[in-house]
Design a protein around this ligand. Sequence first.
Ligand code: SRM
Ligand code: SF4
Length: 585
Amino acid sequence: MPFRGTFFIMQLETKPSHSEVEHIKTKSDYLRGTLKQSFDNPITGALFPDDTNLIKFHGSYQQTDRDLDSERKAQKLEPLYSFMIRVRVPGGVATPAQWLRMDELAARFANGTLKLTTRQAFQLHGVRKRHLRATIQGFNEVLLDSIAGCGDVNRNVMCSPNPDESRVHAAVQKVAEEISAAFTPRTTAYYEIFLEGQPVDETQPFQTQKRGGQDEEPVYGKTYLPRKFKIALAVPPQNDTDIFANDIGLIAIEKDGELAGFNVAAGGGLGMTFGMPETFPRLADMLGHIDKQDVVRVCEAIITTQRDFGNRENRKFSRLKYTVERMGLAKFKHEVEQRSGVQFAPALPYQFAHSGDRYGWTKGHDGRFHLTLFVEGGRVADAGDFLLKTALREVAKIHDGDFRLTGNQNLIVGNISPEKRPAIEAILEKYGVLEATFRQTALRQNSIACVALNTCSQAFAEAERYLPSLIDKIDLLIRTHSLEKEAINIRMTGCPNGCGRPYLAEIGLVGKSPGYYNLYLGGAHNGERLNKLYKEMLNEAAILRELEPVIAAYARERAEGERFGDFVIRAGFVKETTHGTNFHS
Ligand code: SRM
Ligand code: SF4
């Protein structure tokens, strides 16, 4: 029986020194707060202040349209409040019916678009308070939910999104689903607040739990975790889930074509704050190898260690990465072994080749096909004469396989039967979707942009709305130097929180103020090394001016097969970052 740590939960009453969010969680009655009253209040489009924290645990953020904030202020109107909702999809696998429902809800209640996130989830933006319940009820009818999309709990579990390419992939996807179910909050609050009488799906693996009329959270306790928590699984040689950026990264190890176990890494996370060098991105440390049957137990031990030792006073230092730094790796590992009853064996050999997606067609071991499509910035929309959303809707209507969201904001039309392949190909050709994937430079195909403006409250600068046009210009440099086929990964975010994993990019751009970015170089192509600050506060002209000589040198001087991220270190443009603690040095 895994260690639940009841003793520690009892110790975890909030203290006066705890952060405001801890107090809100404690008095929330398992994430209820006054959310019902907030929704029933017609006077404002916003929630009561404490509820803006609690709604995150149910997968939603209250936002404003930042493009309109100052205009509305001048008109003495309240900001245009709306909600982002994040729908959990473990391993990114959705059915055609689920895709069609997301498509419909985006049009009916949101801004008409779908965002495929860097953690293989769906996001809707622009949902008004009065439509939030109907939207969530719409998910529920197709067995989707937004529970634990955000908040201080385990988030959407990521998994290399080609499960049917080999038996190992399929087995690893199953483990991802088990982990997701094991660490989904058990409170019935979500059902009470949003589903109001809609039937709870009894087949869900994560039954909510009430004993004697009382909610119970056997793993989390009533104050949940000190901060967000993330788990990702990868199947080498693909590191397409960027496992080292996660609180727990699990590397599948196979033996004779079957899944044997996992190398477990812990303590990854990318967020930092400008001007606070004591905050830093950090890659997960390797703890060792475990058998596959021990994986949930070990994850639980890591989660409860973070629950009991994580910093609840200052949220800037609450992530597991700082807990590991504070405890020291040896003590942390010992604690996890004690709690789980599992001893780590030395990590087994593995090799990651890259962290990107493999575009185009692949054929699975069972004869079905998978098609990976490029979705710029993860935004599924009908924009101008490029009708991506319509095309995918038409595919979903005839598709008998599934849709797989990738951790690079792209999409795999998965498990296409040989009979359906011609019709699906014809639709995608008709709408120019195949061409849009294949005509791009490999640089653009390996780009990620976080949401940033106009919805993200944290954004200092544009990302998703701007990166495509910046790449148009960088592409000119790329073409001049005949590097069109070089898969250099480039990632942009509107602030240093790291949602597009920019510190793992070969070229990372992080927004500092409107129109200005810090430029980072030297991340590893396979996600195993952080990059380093190269130049600060660059506008577009300066970004292009700084990149030109680096790109030219790479074209001229690179060794056979040498990756851009490795080259910039060898050529002396930046120093190698060997650990999060020397990221800033
Ligand atoms: Fe993120 C906060 C969007 C992946 C690190 N993230 C936010 C918020 C909710 C802004 C906020 O706090 O008000 C953003 C909502 C914007 C919007 O309008 O939609 C936001 N994060 C995203 C997404 C949608 C980016 C995207 O364009 O795909 C990704 C959703 C993932 C999902 O489906 O769950 C997203 N965020 C990430 C990642 C990448 C990853 O997990 O692989 C990271 C870096 C890894 C990590 O967690 O360290 C990340 N997001 C953050 C942080 C910094 C956390 C930290 O430890 O400092 C914040 C701010 C915070 O938590 O205080 C944040
Ligand atoms: Fe918002 Fe910053 Fe995350 Fe981009 S990186 S979505 S700007 S929090």
